[in-house]
Ligand binder design. Structure first.
Ligand SMILES: [Zn+2]
Length: 348
């Protein structure tokens, strides 16, 4: 069983002027899936959990910004009067999703939330990134902490957003209970400029951080190869009890914010693989991160619900092929990732 978690409060996080991260992103998703799936409201009171992840000073700074009206807290990231409620309920949606999976009521939850979260560290900007990249609170991280304190001790965060989740990496870098795996566009070519192969975690967390930085123009065939050779084997060896997915649709070829060339076939592949893990894992909680093409957001979300509900789907996009020159670079990245991660995992 799959359900979504959503609240109209997410529409009240509004940019002061035209901005790519705006309420229409999520309106288009809800319009395309409402009526097809059970919908629940997020958990309301999240302050206790928020403060297990973010510094009190940071949360206070955000609350003060909300009181000021419409302000930019950095060059990319805005706060509006409705932001503080929306951002708390975005966290609350992930907590509700974890609850639903923990209770066995749902196998899959989809938190259709904004503002997004994976770029925020404990106290705002993470790993020296120039901005918070539209993010206020790290929704998926608070969800993972919530799961850890509710009986889970092995949680995967799989991040398929086109950008590296620098906030998520920073927060769990020394924590072996959370395996963070991110596929993203090469940080030398895109915000936030982090997510290199050598970042493997530190201290007890060494070996529990996996970055797969892919060159611009990587298409379906190469991306799926990276999943098959690195991502699925490591996740399976880790044997998680719960999988959280930082679900960005901005790696799709129609998204103008980045340069990967994925079609919905890759997303469908990810959804199917995760669906087939349910049983071995208690469940999967998808958390919306980026994605700025309305058609991709709505079709991708429908695809997610159909696949996780075991319905047949037809994808009206062909599988994209990576040019030979780019493919050679992807293969060399995969080789480097395997050589690095072989210190911790059995990789062929
Ligand atoms: Zn993104």
């Amino acid at each position: 069983m799959i359900g979504i978690i959503y609240d109209n409060a997410y529409l009240e996080h509004k940019p002061p002027r035209s901005h790519i991260e705006n309420p229409s992103r999520i309106m288009t998703i809800i319009k395309s899936i409402s009526g097809t799936v059970t919908m629940e409201k997020p958990i309301n009171d999240v302050n206790e959990w928020l403060l297990k992840v973010h510094d009190e000073d940071y949360v206070r700074r955000i609350d003060e910004a909300c009181d000021m009206g419409y302000v930019f807290i950095d060059a990319d990231t805005y706060v509006s009067p409705g932001t503080c409620k929306a951002a708390r309920l975005a966290v609350g949606a992930v907590l509700k999703g974890v609850d639903k999976v923990l209770s066995g009521e749902w196998g899959t939850a989809y938190a259709v939330v904004r503002p997004p979260g994976h770029h925020v560290g404990r106290s705002g900007r993470a790993l020296m990134a120039p901005t918070q990249g539209f993010c206020i609170f790290n929704n998926v991280v608070v969800g993972a902490v919530y799961a850890l304190e509710h009986g889970f001790n092995k949680v995967v965060i799989l991040d398929v957003d086109v950008h590296h989740g620098n906030g998520t990496q920073e927060i769990f870098y020394e924590d072996p209970r959370v395996l963070y795996v991110s596929l993203h566009q090469d940080p030398l070519t895109i915000y936030p400029g982090t997510g290199f192969i050598d970042d493997v975690g530190e201290g007890e967390g060494e070996g529990f951080n996996v970055n797969v930085p892919l060159p611009p123009f990587t298409a379906d065939d190469a991306y799926m190869n990276a999943l098959d050779r690195v991502v699925w084997p490591i996740i399976e060896e880790f044997r998680p009890q719960l999988i959280l997915v930082s679900l960005g649709f901005d790696a799709h070829m129609l998204d103008s914010i980045a340069n990967l060339r994925l079609s919905l076939n890759t997303y469908a592949y990810v959804f199917r693989r995760l669906r087939n893990m349910i049983g071995k894992v208690r469940g999967v909680v998808f958390v919306l991160e980026g994605g700025y093409n309305s058609d991709t957001l709505s079709r991708g979300s429908r695809l997610l619900i159909d696949i996780m509900s075991n319905r047949d789907v037809e994808i009206d996009e062909g599988v994209t092929q990576t040019e030979p020159r780019i493919m050679a670079r992807v293969n060399s990245v995969i080789k480097d990732v395997i050589n690095t991660q072989r210190n911790y995992w059995h990789l062929a």
